[in-house]
Design a protein around this ligand. Structure first.
Ligand code: COA
Length: 156
């Protein structure tokens, strides 16, 4: 398994990995559930995919992938802010068949190393209360909890 910079032609693969892996942990999907199937004219898959596409457009250099046997099996997107020097691990996902093999941790280490090289002095990440893996994983890397947020929505 190698970790490397993503290639532009892999954008759709990263979007597909996101939709496959975020099913149980996506706020966008919880919103669709609350609204009885889908929210507005789009589905959670459309919106989640767009979020990751935005990361790729905003900072393609900060998108790293894990490749095994020629296949992309995981990714991480890192955003930088040269003014504040606060970086952000914005999305990451590992193919279900490969979860629990240490790939996420290696992607995280590579992402943090990238952010350090870019001069970031602090790194942010967010997870949800129902994401048991994130809540275990991120503190074990060194992240400290700073706040909890509540998301509301209502039908119009
Ligand atoms: C989060 C994710 C990227 C982690 O990738 P992974 O390759 O499975 O993670 P690793 O095997 O490297 O494990 C990293 C750490 O996560 C935690 N972890 C992994 N599997 C876990 C499980 N089933 N239950 C609780 N914690 C778990 C552990 O702290 C683990 O470290 P350790 O093995 O040293 O104890 C992956 O689970 C995923 O794609 N999840 C769905 C999408 C998602 O939640 N993305 C992040 C949104 S905030």
């Amino acid at each position: 398994m190698t970790i490397r910079k993503f290639r532009p032609q892999e954008a759709q693969t990263i979007v597909d990995l996101t939709v496959d892996t975020f099913h149980d942990v996506s706020i966008a999907r919880q919103l669709d559930n609350l609204m009885g199937g889908h929210c507005g004219s789009t589905t959670w898959k459309d919106r989640k995919g767009d979020e990751v596409r935005s990361d790729i457009l905003a900072n393609p250099d900060g998108v790293l992938v894990a490749e095994e046997d020629g296949e992309v099996i995981g990714y991480i997107t890192c955003l930088v802010d040269p003014v504040s020097r606060i970086g952000w691990v914005h999305h990451m996902g590992v193919a279900k068949a490969h979860q629990g093999e240490g790939i996420g941790r290696q992607l995280m280490e590579a992402g943090i190393e990238y952010l350090r090289r870019e001069g970031m002095e602090c790194c942010r990440i967010e997870t949800t209360e129902n994401n048991d893996v994130g809540r275990q994983f991120y503190p074990s890397v060194g992240f400290q909890e700073i706040a909890r947020q509540i998301y509301y929505a209502m039908k119009l």
